[in-house]
Write a protein that binds this ligand. Structure first.
Ligand SMILES: [Zn+2]
Length: 55
């Protein structure tokens, strides 16, 4: 299984990530997430996310 070796997109992808603004579904705070929030899908800020993970 060495399938992820294909494609050839240079090698510089470790720059600053694109962040997307979103509103936390838990505390309603504005936050930024490293992925594009999808409609109908709750987004959690870091706080709530880790809370859920631990909780
Ligand atoms: Zn939150």
């Amino acid at each position: 299984m060495r399938d992820f070796n294909r494609g050839g997109q240079g090698g510089k992808s470790f720059g600053p990530r694109q962040m997307y603004k979103a509103v936390c579904a838990e505390c309603s705070q504005e936050c930024e997430v490293p992925f594009q929030p999808k409609e109908g899908r709750p987004v959690f800020c870091r706080n709530c996310y880790s809370k859920k993970k631990n909780g």
